[in-house]
Structures are given as structure tokens and as C-alpha cells.
Design a protein around this ligand. Structure first.
Ligand code: ATP
Ligand code: MG
Length: 168
């Protein structure tokens, strides 16, 4: 089995790590789609596709899984989106997603779509982690250690705070 999971990974957090660890025990290979890959430098999508790829590859270094990270930019054309994903990725026969639109689009094309179980969703949430970064709260324990290193290297927290400053 070669499976696909698509997320924005803004940032890659412990819930992502846990679900990928789980999936890696069920499949032979995993394709990790980096959704909204063209987006960066916004409060919802602060990190570039390259930065997100660094977070993922450093975090998965010690997992025994063959995977491919593939940036997938938004096309804003739902009816042909699955074809676009297929054009960018290795072939796959299983899809993991918690997103109802993504589920619908892949199901209509005949794919087997599985819902990943959520780990500690109260804390392991990209939205909540970005809020903590903005509000000077502790966030480091919610992401793999290597993600802390990447975010520090690029001054990711400073970036988020500067993006939140008012224009004058
Ligand atoms: P955001 O709040 O920015 O949407 P997110 O935490 O939902 O961030 P995504 O990048 O949207 O993260 O999700 C990528 C994939 O990871 C999705 O398929 C989603 O179902 C899964 N996922 C997200 N959070 C968890 C979690 N805590 N446990 C397991 N899987 C998760
Ligand atoms: Mg999400």
C-alpha cells in the first residue's frame, strides 16, 4: 500500500507525528502532501513549503518509513483538484484525511479514504500552537524537538509576531 496524507503542517506538531507513526505501521510507503504550498508569511500559514519540509524530514528521521513530501499549491478548482494531486504525486491507493472536502473529492474518484484518529486535539492543533506563539505562551512541548530547532533557526515566532503588527 502507498498512502497519501495531505495537510498544511503549519507547523508540524506532535499530533501529526503520532498519526504518521501509526500510519507508517499500516502502509509500505507514505506520500505527505504539503497543502497550500504557495502560502507563507501569513498568520494562518506562516511557514514556507521548504520550511515545512525541513520540519517533517527532521522529525521523521528516526521513523522506519519510506515517504515522499510533495508540495501541492491551491488551485481553487475543487472539481479537478484530485487530478492535480495525482499529477504531482507518486501513485497511491489509500488516502488519510480528517477534512470533509478532501474526503468527498477523493471518495468521488473511487479512492479508499480513512479518517485518522486524533491525538490530544485539545493541544495538538496547528491553530492553537500558532496562537500560543503569538501570545508568548509555551508551545515547544507540542511539537517534535526538531521542529523547535527549525522554528528557532528561521525566527518563526518573531515572524508571526511581526506579521501581527498593525500597519501605520
Ligand atoms: P490547523 O489548525 O492549522 O488546521 P491542524 O492541526 O488541523 O492545523 P493540518 O495541517 O490541518 O493540522 O492537518 C494535517 C493532517 O493531520 C490532517 O489530516 C489532520 O486530520 C491530521 N491531524 C491534525 N491534528 C491531528 C492530531 N492532533 N492528531 C492526529 N492527526 C491530526
Ligand atoms: Mg486542520
Amino acid at each position: 500500500t502507498r498512502a497519501l496524507i495531505i495537510g498544511r503542517w503549519q507547523p508540524f506538531h506532535n499530533g501529526h507525528y503520532e498519526i504518521i507513526k501509526k500510519i507508517s505501521q499500516e502502509v509500505d510507503e507514505l506520500i505527505i502532501g504539503i497543502g497550500s504550498s504557495q502560502r507563507s508569511h501569513s498568520l494562518k500559514d506562516p511557514f514556507t513549503a521548504g520550511e515545512r519540509m525541513m520540519m517533517i524530514s527532521k522529525s521523521l528521521e528516526n521513523l522506519n518509513i519510506r515517504y515522499y513530501t510533495i508540495p501541492i499549491s491551491d488551485i481553487d478548482f475543487n472539481a479537478i483538484w484530485v487530478s492535480c494531486v495525482e499529477a504531482l504525486t507518486p501513485p497511491f491507493n489509500q488516502v488519510y484525511t480528517g477534512n470533509s472536502l478532501v474526503r468527498e473529492l477523493f471518495t468521488e474518484k473511487g479512492y479508499v479514504v480513512k479518517k485518522p484518529e486524533l491525538y490530544n486535539r485539545a493541544e495538538y492543533s496547528g491553530t492553537k500552537i500558532r496562537e500560543k506563539m503569538l501570545n508568548n505562551e509555551n508551545w515547544e512541548h507540542l511539537v517534535p524537538k526538531s521542529v523547535v530547532d527549525v522554528i528557532n533557526e528561521i525566527d518563526g515566532v518573531g515572524r508571526i509576531k511581526r506579521l501581527n503588527e498593525k500597519d501605520y
